[in-house]
Write a new protein. Structure first.
Length: 152
């Protein structure tokens, strides 16, 4: 008899928990980057302009850094991370942009250079985005914060 009472209490608690009782998230009208996103670097952030040479499959084969405030070997590790883990869609040979490389049909993949930005938030930036996120949900009570990813 004691096991049945314990089981009933456990099921009652589980049914009352917010995780179980919460309704699924509706389709969002906001997509990344979310309205609380702050794209400009702030003091304390680490940043770099990253230039990647990509092959015909969209894999990074070479990496160079432009404007940055990275220190020591940080740039080396950032470039290695891009070369090992980052992929993009292959670039198409587009005759409208300029003369195509010799003997390549239109829209065939070509080697190209792409630009990406690396940014690692400092404490000031992370705090500013947390506050902007909090203000967004106060201004939009119809939106549920649990339906959006949280950076923390």
């Amino acid at each position: 008899m004691g096991k049945i009472v314990k089981l009933a209490m456990l099921l009652t608690l589980a049914g009352a928990s917010p995780a179980v009782a919460g309704s699924p998230c509706p389709p969002s009208k906001f997509q990344p980057p979310y309205p609380w996103f702050i794209s400009e670097p702030m003091s304390g952030d680490k940043y770099a302009d990253v230039y990647l040479d990509i092959d015909k499959a969209g894999r990074a084969i070479n990496c160079r850094l432009g404007r940055s405030n990275l220190y020591g070997d940080e740039g080396f590790f950032i470039c290695n991370a891009f070369k090992e883990q980052w992929r993009t869609s292959p670039r198409a040979n587009d005759r409208a942009v300029g003369p195509p490389p010799a003997n390549l049909p239109p829209n065939s993949p070509i080697k190209a250079t792409v630009h990406r930005q690396f940014i690692s938030y400092g404490d000031k930036h992370a705090k500013a985005e947390r506050e902007a996120r909090k203000k967004f949900f106060l201004d939009h009570p119809e939106e549920r914060p649990d339906c959006y990813p949280d950076a923390d």
